[in-house]
Design a protein around this ligand. Structure first.
Ligand SMILES: *[C@@H]1O[C@H](CO)[C@@H](O)[C@H](O)[C@H]1NC(C)=O
Ligand SMILES: *[C@@H]1O[C@H](CO)[C@@H](O)[C@H](O)[C@H]1NC(C)=O
Length: 405
């Protein structure tokens, strides 16, 4: 079964392998939604922790909140199940099944509930023999699992890479893409492929995946957020270059609204995930979140940068000491979003005076710069004029620069 499954889809893969990146019509801008992992992990004891355990109730609650609390209206759309949803055994026909205690109505009923709210549902599996949490993996069952997910009405699949031989990864992930395609149901494909390899081939990844995780799991801490931003700043292997409509690097979930970040640090995550054209997948408890965090997550200026139709991933274009400058081209062509980031850890803030050209603002017509979070006008900036501001420690200025013509 494994052998036949491996050969057939590879042929198809080679035939369509000439396109720039996977185009299944999905993720034309970075996907937005909610995902359980960072906040709710693998809590399975519903008897003692019914509000936090991985169960149909958790996902229904979050779907309710996405709609009732304004998240859906600004673009958050996917409700993504992560690990630990399954029963430890496949059924007698080899099909995956949800844990019957925690998902008494099954995934299909949950999908129907989420669809009725106008939202989409994502699910989690693993390319290896087991999921990272020890549940049944897709190895030997990829075709059946793709068909099962489609029959349930699944809209997105995150395929993790635990319990696998890394040599199989570049061959196996494209095969799952073919099986998803053959179901006829558009299913956004999120690959953990590069996260498990030292020197991933990003062009190959973009040909098979809509989004892909290329760094370790985010944790609820400022250290974790900083290390991810620094990894994206280095851009080793130029992975930013393969991002575009349909295909995005995924620096992992938004942890805004949890415990580990100060308000300014939460602003940094929102600003930088916007600049990096990252999927905006919140992992927090929408039933219990401070207004300031909710407002950040729903900030239309930041979201419009993230969702810009050009789909260009912003890059770090300058750094000195603990200050980084990032730039992202946005529509209309000629305009930019930029971020000035302060990773310093003391004092009242850095007074920064930076030339327009250093921000990537090189057109002699000049630009009107606004604060993207507030829309407030800040300054008119030319390539050789200076933009002056103060950025607090672990803070950011997120700007939009409108070309004057
Ligand atoms: C399957 O792949 C073809 C060719 O890339 C694409 O046009 C089509 O939209 C895909 N269908 C699904 C359901 O993903
Ligand atoms: C990445 O881009 C840099 C600068 O454009 C170039 O020098 C380098 O060779 C590229 N590396 C890869 C792996 O493509």
């Amino acid at each position: 079964m494994e052998v036949r499954g491996m050969i057939f889809p590879l042929v198809i893969f080679v035939i369509i392998g000439s396109v720039r990146g996977l185009n299944n019509g999905l993720a034309r801008t970075p996907p937005m939604g909610w995902m359980s992992w960072e906040r709710f992990r693998c809590i399975t004891d519903c008897e003692h922790d019914k509000d936090n355990c991985i169960s149909e109730k958790l996902y229904m609650d979050m779907a309710d909140r996405l709609v009732s609390d304004g998240y859906a209206a600004v673009g958050y759309e996917y409700v993504n199940i992560d690990d630990c949803w399954m029963d430890m055994k496949r059924d007698e026909n080899g099909r995956l099944q949800a844990d019957p205690k925690r998902f008494p109505n099954g995934i299909k009923a949950l999908a129907d509930y989420i669809h009725k709210k106008g939202l989409k549902i994502g699910i989690y599996e693993d390319f290896g023999t087991h999921t990272c949490g020890g549940y049944p993996g897709s190895k030997f069952y990829m075709e059946l699992d793709a068909a099962t997910f489609a029959s349930w009405g699944i809209d997105s699949l995150k395929l993790d890479g635990c319990y696998t031989d890394t040599a199989d990864i570049p061959i196996g992930y494209p095969i799952m893409e073919q099986f998803l395609n053959l179901t006829g149901r558009p299913i956004l494909y999120s690959c953990s492929w590069p996260a498990y390899l030292k020197t991933p081939n990003y062009e190959a990844i973009a040909k098979s995946c809509n989004i892909w995780r290329n760094y370790g799991d985010i944790q609820d801490s400022w250290d974790s957020v900083q290390s991810i931003i620094n990894f994206y700043g280095k851009d080793s292997g130029n992975f930013s270059g393969v991002a575009g409509p349909g295909n995005f690097n995924d620096p992992d979930m938004l942890i805004i609204g949890n415990f580990g970040l100060s308000y300014d640090q939460q602003r940094v995550q929102m600003a930088m995930w916007a600049i990096m054209a990252a999927p905006l997948l919140m992992s927090n408890d929408l039933r219990n979140i401070r207004k300031e965090s909710k407002d950040l997550l729903q900030n239309k200026g930041a979201i419009s940068i993230n969702q810009d139709p050009l789909g260009i991933q912003g890059k770090m274009i300058y750094s000195i000491g603990k200050i980084q400058v990032w730039n992202k081209p946005i529509t209309p062509v000629g305009n930019f979003a930029f971020a000035i980031l302060n990773f310093g850890d003391g004092g009242p803030g850095s007074q920064i005076s930076v030339k327009g050209a250093t921000l990537g603002l090189v057109d002699d017509h000049g630009y009107n710069v606004t604060d993207a979070f507030t829309g407030e006008f800040k300054a008119a900036v030319k390539p050789n004029s200076y933009f002056n501001l103060t950025v607090v420690p672990s803070g950011v200025f997120l700007g939009k620069a409108y070309l004057l013509k």
